[in-house]
Design a protein around this ligand. Sequence first.
Ligand code: ATP
Length: 262
Amino acid sequence: MKEKAMLELRGVNVAYRENAAVRNVSFKVHEKEIVGIVGESGSGKSTLIRSIIKLLGNQGQVTAGEISFHGRKLLDLSEGEMRRIRGKEIALVIQHPELALDPLWTIGNLFFESMRFHGNISKKQALSLAEELLSSLSLKDTARILKSYPFELSGGMCQRVAIAIAMANGPRLLLADEPTSALDVTVQNQVIETLLQMREMFQTAILMVSHNMGVIARLADTVGVMYRGELVEWGKKDDVLHHPSHDYTKALVRATPKMEGT
Ligand SMILES: Nc1ncnc2c1ncn2[C@@H]1O[C@H](COP(=O)(O)OP(=O)(O)OP(=O)(O)O)[C@@H](O)[C@H]1O
């Protein structure tokens, strides 16, 4: 990939109190690139994603290394500065969107609130943009969706809508933490399609983590593998799938059903 790196991690260590969860992780994400990091439960994937936007909670801390985004050192920024970056420049979608979306607000209001936080926009403008965004995902009955509450949508629909809300401010980087893991296979495919469409529409880079190599293989240009807090494999998807170097990656690849296009 020729574009320059937008996100760079160098020697990042993360610990919860004295327990190391991520060790010496370095990688780059380029403009428009989709990077997928796969690893088993507890390997540090969520910790890694959350360290980038400094949402590790009270116990978690980056104890070494550097994280830069468009040349800005994120670890040096104040919480106020980070709040302006979160959602606007770097957005996050998680496994259970219903936990991130306020259950008391309609989808239309969630779109509006997200856009209003980062810019001067009227409710009418926000709803019209939201409707455009949902229609571009071929979601039927967008007016009904905008009037619904998150709990009124199916899991897959809720995740696709959460991704659209995350994209409403046109972030340069979308972080996705197991966005398909709570869904059955058919619906997983729709969410993968939605992410690919978002990359095309907004030219956004995506950094996604999942325990599912099949999902990562469908989506990613570049694949990383985490094992016990370390990034043990990194490369172009085809290289990792066809010539894995680490034993753990070899086992993962063997266990992944062969899919078209991978
Ligand atoms: N808030 C926390 N406080 C203390 N330890 C934590 C916390 N969150 C995660 N950990 C620990 O950090 C390690 C990495 O967890 P993490 O959730 O990042 O892994 P993961 O690969 O995302 O797994 P999963 O898919 O199960 O969430 C684990 O040992 C976990 O127990």
